[in-house]
Design a protein around this ligand. Structure first.
Ligand SMILES: [Zn+2]
Length: 140
């Protein structure tokens, strides 16, 4: 069994139950099963080598795995585009470590919203968020 940090995103998706993901404070999965970490791992992730058995466990289909990989690649790419544009705009304003500030540009990802950004005077890190629901948002 591969260790998680040596697995590719694709391998991780293939080893993850389609219902995995704490949906609420009770840590129920999407199939309504409550996680029990004390059972020596959870059966939702193949690399946990859990001895617990879950009757609802189900894998993603090949199509879903491919779709998710495409979607994740898009999220990374959108972030890179928005992050670069915000950095460029911040540079024009002269923002950086020791000189923080706020700004707003037309979002280069959705092209309809405004991408707000903030530069920390403390460490120069840049935070950004598009005002369009579901568009880019990040913190450095
Ligand atoms: Zn946007």
């Amino acid at each position: 069994m591969n260790m998680p940090n040596r697995m590719t995103q694709e391998e991780k998706l293939r080893g993850t139950c389609r219902f995995f993901g704490p949906e609420n404070a009770k840590h129920e999965c999407g199939a309504g099963i409550v996680f029990k970490f004390e059972d020596g791992g959870i059966p939702c992730l193949s690399w946990h080598n859990s001895t617990a058995v879950c009757s609802k466990r189900a894998s993603f289909t090949e199509e879903e795995v491919k779709e998710k990989l495409v979607q994740r690649a898009k999220v990374v790419n959108d972030f890179l585009i928005a992050n670069r544009s915000a950095h460029d705009a911040a540079k024009v304003q002269g923002y950086g470590k020791g000189h923080g500030g706020y700004g707003e540009i037309d979002c280069p990802v959705c092209k309809t919203g405004k991408l707000a950004f903030k530069v920390s005077a403390y460490n120069g890190h840049l935070w950004g968020q598009c005002k369009t629901d579901g568009c880019v948002s990040w913190m450095e």
